[in-house]
Design a protein around this ligand. Structure first.
Ligand code: FAD
Length: 400
């Protein structure tokens, strides 16, 4: 285990250690040597995902009674960190699934849990979550996708944007407006569990255009979803029609808050990878007759990179522990997300500087890490929004 790794900061059980050792081995052997090729070809990592399925990773936090591993959030974030150390897109495949399973586990009816969680745990169906629209990202309350009741069904019309796993997912947690006159608007929003055929772009009432072209975070698709008269049974409202109608915004925000701890872990994975590559390279590469690691300016970079990673890790573990204990954790999750994702970008750039010109070359993984990091700053509530969340909570706490 490396000098910056989380496990050294925790008293892990034997089970946790075994799981993390298995994932680390998988990442070192099956992911790191191939990640850049998959990234450059923008290819979905089918075999890696199959191995993740076999390891039970799609059911990591799903309770054992529904066929999952029933692991806690701290173990989950350590797993995500490891996967992201290999390739962030792998954690992208499980991330939306993890949020969707959390939402069903927390807000679903017993029938919905029995229907979906066991299949989700086995990875038979993988999931996406969809709230963003072309005109509304940060301002979730401005979404326009409508769900109108019609007998025992709802009819959905509208366009969704940036749906990670949008094509390959067999299940999409969808946020739609059910009461446009609600005031405040968020009370008129509802979550629908959209079950669809995975990998099919043309369905009745639903079209999935070709994946969006991206800077990084490749291999895993981000798509639009175009609903045009899509019919869905009212039984697909998360939590059931009676309890779930108008609860969608709250359910999504709970999912996203959990997602923030998870995204901090992804930032740490990228930063750790960049650091580990850089400290090795700094000892191999010579300039002016000695390894560049003997030059003080490089040493300062390494020291700063490792210190930032360690600070980010403590923030992430603190937020994960609080969330796991059922405590309010919006401040801590916001801080962890903000800091870990900002330093991921900084550390990736520092690694590029240490690599010099080779950091810019596709022969080395640094350019991939550098392209992958920014998505974490933008997603799951941009870092500008994290500042607002953190400040709001601080002002509550320190109100005079
Ligand atoms: C690769 C990728 C995958 C994604 N996956 C998903 C997914 O699976 N599901 C999903 O629903 N969404 C997903 N998203 C969408 C993502 O969550 C949004 O892009 C994000 O919420 C920002 O929204 P926006 O892009 O519309 O930017 P905008 O909301 O238009 O923001 C533009 C800028 O204004 C700033 N800003 C906005 N409001 C404020 C404010 N009040 N104060 C200060 N600054 C503000 C923002 O921080 C940003 O800098 C994904 C995005 C990407 C790029």
């Amino acid at each position: 285990m490396s000098a910056t790794a989380s496990a050294g900061m925790l008293d892990l059980t034997d089970e946790q250690q075994d799981i993390l050792a298995t994932i680390r081995q998988f990442v070192d052997r099956d992911v790191i040597p191939h990640a850049s090729r998959f990234d450059h070809d923008d290819e979905f990592p089918t075999e890696m995902v199959e191995t993740m399925k076999e390891m039970g990773l799609f059911g990591t936090t799903i309770p054992e009674e529904y066929g999952g591993l029933g692991l806690d959030l701290v173990t989950y974030v350590l797993i995500v960190e490891e996967l992201s150390r290999g390739w962030i897109s792998l954690s992208g495949v499980v991330n939306t699934h993890f949020i969707a399973s959390y939402m069903i586990k927390t807000f679903g009816t017993e029938e919905q849990k029995r229907e979906y969680l066991p299949r989700m745990a086995r990875g038979e169906i993988r999931s996406a979550f969809s709230m963003t629209e072309p005109h509304a990202g940060s301002d979730v309350q401005a979404i326009r996708t409508r769900a109108v009741p019609d007998g025992d069904e709802y009819v959905i019309d509208g366009q969704k944007m940036w749906v990670t796993n949008g094509l390959r997912a067999g299940l999409v947690m969808l946020l739609a407006v059910t009461d446009p006159s609600a005031d405040p608007r968020h009370r008129g929003m509802t979550t629908f569990i959209v079950e669809k055929e995975a990998g099919v772009a043309e369905l009745e009432g639903l079209t999935i255009p070709a994946p969006l072209k991206k800077l990084g975070y490749k291999g895993v698709e981000s798509t639009e979803l175009v609903f045009d008269g899509y019919r869905i049974d009212k039984g697909q409202i998360l939590g059931g029609e009676e309890a779930g109608l108008g609860q969608g915004f709250k359910q999504f925000m709970a999912g996203i808050e959990l997602g923030r701890v998870n995204i901090a872990a992804r930032g740490l994975g990228i930063a750790t990878s960049a650091f580990e590559h850089a400290i090795r390279y700094a000892q191999e590469r010579e300039a002016f007759g000695k390894p560049i690691s003997s030059h003080q300016s490089i040493q300062i970079k390494l020291a700063q990179m490792a210190t930032k990673i360690r600070a980010a890790r403590l923030l992430m573990l603190d937020a994960a522990r609080r969330k796991q204990a059922g405590e309010r954790a919006d401040l801590e999750a916001g801080m962890a997300k903000l800091y870990a994702t900002e330093i991921a970008e900084e550390v990736a750039l520092e690694a590029m500087r240490i690599y010099g010109g080779y950091g810019y070359s596709q022969e080395y993984p640094i350019e991939r890490l550098y392209r992958d990091a920014p998505v974490l700053i933008l997603g799951e509530g941009s870092n500008e929004i994290q500042h607002l969340i953190i400040a709001r909570r601080l002002l509550e706490r320190y109100a005079i």
